[in-house]
Design a protein around this ligand. Structure first.
Ligand code: ZN
Length: 220
């Protein structure tokens, strides 16, 4: 099932009905997500592409990178893109103590709040490595995984990244804005999904929840 990935972040079968309902409304929707930045040169190049195409995206930034390149984060945010929390130093959170997990998430939250004025609505665990304890720490925010893994970090090949994304049915697409080959694949990916009538959204819009209002937790 294509949309099971973010259910994993919730760990609650009771929510399935609600998710299925949201999914039917979002059938031709795509959320481009870019992890591990910001990158001082490639992320601004990507921002120019997204601006030209009038497409919103989501950047799951690493705290240490955001600290080093804060102006890139500010620019992405002010252009209307969503900034997500991808931990402070990109460890396997499943191998960290609860205290370290909390620190990884909270330190990044604090920096991103300083840079944007908002606490991120979403957290994505590095490597997708997550367990029940980590989910509890991140609550009320879900751990956002993905529907489509382009494996862009492995292929480092623009044509392969294009094929992986374009060959999918949309949903949440995982990419990394720290590889030139990925940024160069984005125009063709956007063009293909636009031609197929897809709507581009940030990840919070995709999930269609107001995460600042944790009332959805009542259903867990
Ligand atoms: Zn990552």
């Amino acid at each position: 099932m294509r949309r099971r990935s973010f259910l994993a972040g919730l760990g609650a079968v009771a929510l399935f009905g609600r998710v299925a309902q949201a999914a039917s409304d979002e059938e031709r929707t795509i959320a481009l997500t870019f992890d591990d930045g910001p990158h001082p040169e490639l992320t601004p190049q990507l921002l120019e592409i997204l601006e030209r195409q009038q497409v919103p995206a989501t950047f799951f930034v690493v705290g240490t990178c955001a600290q080093r390149w804060p102006e890139v984060v500010r620019r992405a945010f002010s252009a209307g893109h969503e900034i997500g929390n991808h931990s402070w130093s990109h460890p396997f959170l499943t191998e960290c103590s609860a205290a370290r997990v909390t620190q990884e998430i909270e330190r990044t939250d604090a920096l991103l709040h300083d840079l944007t004025g908002e606490r991120p609505n979403t957290v994505r665990p590095p490597y997708g490595a997550v367990n029940g304890e980590i989910r509890q720490i991140a609550l009320p925010r879900p751990m956002m995984l993905w529907d489509v893994d382009t494996n862009d970090w492995r292929s480092r090949n623009t044509a392969a990244v294009e094929r992986a994304a374009i060959g999918s049915a949309g949903g949440i697409v995982l990419m990394h804005d720290i590889h030139r080959t990925t940024v160069e694949a984005v125009p063709a990916i956007i063009g293909s999904f636009k031609a197929r009538g897809y709507r581009f959204v940030t990840i919070s819009s995709y999930v269609n929840w107001t995460l600042t209002n944790p009332s959805w937790l009542d259903q867990v």
